[in-house]
Design a protein around this ligand. Structure first.
Ligand SMILES: [Mn+2]
Length: 315
């Protein structure tokens, strides 16, 4: 059995509460369970107050065979933030502008230089997805075409190279879009004149989409992966034609990333579950306990958070 744990973003207290609620115990510094393993969905760093502690829980579990983990966009961004641009003097692959510095600042503040360098090396070893017996795991979106592009540049989950990062940070390179899709999901341009304010207050004219759903018969309101879109117009032909929905009979896929809200976790589809419920924004840290089922169930979510004391289960 696997316990899938969503984006932690430096919230170690909630992680410990959640692991305890799931029946894990710390033995010689490593959380373990007699039968289960954890799969972490990525986004361990940035934002929260206990980034070092989170890495000190997650990494020993992975090294000790008690957990698997995939890369989140924040780990990828950190790799690029700390990799010098080979062709631009004194520049890094991820621009060090105010927005990007702000997003990563807690990690830089909380980790020593050595811990940071060591963590960055580890991020480079994380797979971008897991295709396991009976289930799939990816930070934001399962997309065969994007995965094939990444696989060409990174055979067999080899540690990420400087060449890979340079290509993935170049908007002209096919690897750029592929990594964006896998780690951040798919977006579509809203119809002319439509926009909305995202959770950080930025005005956006593109929306994340429910990439797993067939776009046929959907409106912008129902196809957007946010409840902020106030538009009942049907989707444009180009959006419908470029969609590659996740087949209803494919293995269940688990994602994080989407800052879900709501009073309790809910499946996105019978074979798609998001386990990111915004612990870094006053929500809760969420897990799904998977027993091998191909049709997922809302009864298998666990969560802990500020308002919910440990071990509250949805049933
Ligand atoms: Mn994310």
């Amino acid at each position: 059995m696997y316990d899938l744990i969503g984006d932690i973003h430096g919230h170690a207290d909630e992680l410990i509460q959640l692991l305890n609620a799931l029946g894990y115990q710390e033995v010689h510094g490593v959380y373990e369970h007699p039968e289960n393993e954890v799969i972490f969905l990525g986004d361990f760093i940035d934002r929260g107050p206990q980034i070092r502690q989170v890495l000190d829980i997650v990494r020993p579990m992975v090294n000790g065979g008690r957990a698997l983990a995939v890369m989140g966009n924040h780990e990828f961004n950190a790799l690029a933030f700390h990799t010098e641009h080979l062709h631009r003097k004194e520049a890094y692959l991820r621009r060090r502008d105010n927005k990007n510095i702000r997003q990563h600042s807690q990690t830089i503040l909380q980790l020593t230089d050595k811990h940071l360098a060591d963590s960055i090396d580890w991020f480079g070893t994380l797979p971008m997805w897991l295709d396991l017996d009976g289930l799939r795991v990816v930070h934001a979106c399962w997309d065969d075409k994007a995965m094939a592009t990444i696989r060409l540049a990174r055979p067999g989950d080899d540690p990420i190279t400087s060449d890979f990062l340079h290509a993935a940070c170049d908007p002209e390179d096919p690897l750029f879009d592929a990594v964006e899709i896998i780690l951040k999901g798919k977006e579509a341009e809203l119809p002319q004149g439509q926009s909305f304010a995202d959770k950080e207050g930025h005005i956006r004219t593109e929306t994340r989409t429910r990439w797993y759903m067939s776009p046929l018969g959907q409106t912008w309101r129902t196809y957007a992966l946010t409840d902020s879109i106030d538009c009942d117009a049907p989707l444009e032909r180009s959006v419908i034609d470029s969609a590659t929905p996740y087949p209803l009979d494919a293995k269940p896929v688990f994602v994080g990333h989407y800052w879900m809200s709501g009073s309790q976790p809910e499946l996105l589809a019978k074979n798609v579950a998001c386990v990111d419920y915004s612990v870094a924004r006053g929500g809760f840290l969420c897990a799904y306990r998977w027993h091998g089922e191909q049709q997922l169930s809302n009864h298998n979510f666990f969560w802990v958070g500020k308002e919910r004391k440990k071990g509250v289960r949805n049933q």
